[in-house]
Design a protein around this ligand. Sequence first.
Ligand SMILES: [Zn+2]
Length: 554
Amino acid sequence: MRFLLSAMSILLFLNCKAQNEVVETSVKVTTNPTSEKTKLVVGIVVDQMRYDYLTRFYDKYSDGGFRRMMKEGFNCKNNHYNYIPTYTGPGHASIYTGTTPKYHGVIANDWYDKTVKSYVYCAGDTAVQSVGTQSTAGQMSPHRMQTTTFGDENRLFTQFQGKTIGISIKDRGAILPAGHTANGAYWFNGKDEGNFITSTFYMNDLPKWVSSFNASKVAEDYLRVWNTLYDIETYTESGSDLNSFEGGFKGKKTATFPYDLKSLKVQNGGFDILKATPYGNSIVADFAIAAIDGEELGKDTVTDVLTVSFSSTDYVGHNFGVNSKEVQDTYLRLDKDLERLFNALDAKVGKEEYTVFLTSDHGAVEVPAYLQSVKIPSGYFDSRDFKEKLNVFISKRFKASDLVENVSNNQIFLNKERLASLNLDLYAVQSVVVNELIGYEGIDKVYAAETMQKASFTTGIEVLLQNGYNQKRSGDVITVKSPAVISYGRTGSTHGSGLNYDTHVPLLFFGKGIAKGSTFTKTEITDIAPTMSALLGIGFPNGATGKPLEFVLD
Ligand SMILES: [Zn+2]
């Protein structure tokens, strides 16, 4: 915020509050009577960060990044997602709204919308226009997220004096955390542009600090040769660089260091190649630091909220897999970027004047081909084969060909109109499909939507499914694949399940109002937003189902 509280403005406030004729500075005094509050909450999401990346690479982290958070703050070591599916869109929405897809409605990244009968994207919005690009990459907003974030509640509480800014490489990583009332959300548009952009949902023109950032051609500067930060021989915490479990870049035969990004750029989506390297995180850190100045975040006594999502970790994980040298190097470099960000916060907002939390939107599975090579049960599921087999069964069983309308995100959507015209009972058909699918190889559990609506589960994977099930948006039958079985190529990692490799993610807090310590007590991803609301003394996000973590608060 722009104005510093001065003795003058307090006087002004005391003089005129009775007449209700308050100037802007004194409004701030009324909304935030003490300066004891944190000046800035920085929410950090590291996309696809498994909990064990904190411990596996611990010895190689610097003192100013992850280790600073662990040493100076509070470490929730047993923090989990409490719903399925563990994807990026639902993850970011759940962290900031304190609830699950059952309530916030972000049931996947892309999902089949059964009312309009086509796919929708979690952040897509054709009612708004791009700002900062001629492309459609800016046609985005949080309108599909149905509940408020703690940033929204902070905006309401402070009469819109406390700002919210969201930043990420991915549009959904910037938009969903920033909420409905954000002052701005910015994401990276690669291709041949390499700029941060936004949408008319927030503003009609980029602010000057964003235009200047883009004009400085930072993205160009990051088209470097990606080699390991330290001698690759010292990277003993990951597998060999050359193996058959990694994807790599087009135009390079092996997925091995070094990677000359300038020469690989054309074949790998132009500036989009940066997304799949640690430099995608570096440019996000640069942009976040620029935002602290540009938006004057944490400058006065009204709390602002900055949400930063580091997405490159996800791209690197998908491409190279959990056990790769590339993932290790990406985390060691992210650690340096975090140190840079924390140092900037110390200098610009002040040590002990801001509060940070860090978590992830989901974990990731070890590459199943690698797990198979070390005899751990795992595998690949052919979803195209699955759809065909299911259709053949249904046509035979009900003597009707088009009862399955869509299969996506481990859900089967039945054609309700068709069922009605054939006088078939929806729940009876759901039940027949459940009994058929449980016999399929690679499928471990199957549930009818009716079960999700009527049963009340208290433990197990059924709770996670129920928390992820949205009656208005979800399908008719829900399938769960066997452990470490994925629908994915044979190289690289993915995520989405309710198993520990996908649900167990870091949760670190540090800074103003945070206690020092750690716990193995189980915490859930939906606890973060209520904890932030409790710290700020503001209303909980309207759909929040998590609880404030009292032991985290000082
Ligand atoms: Zn991912």
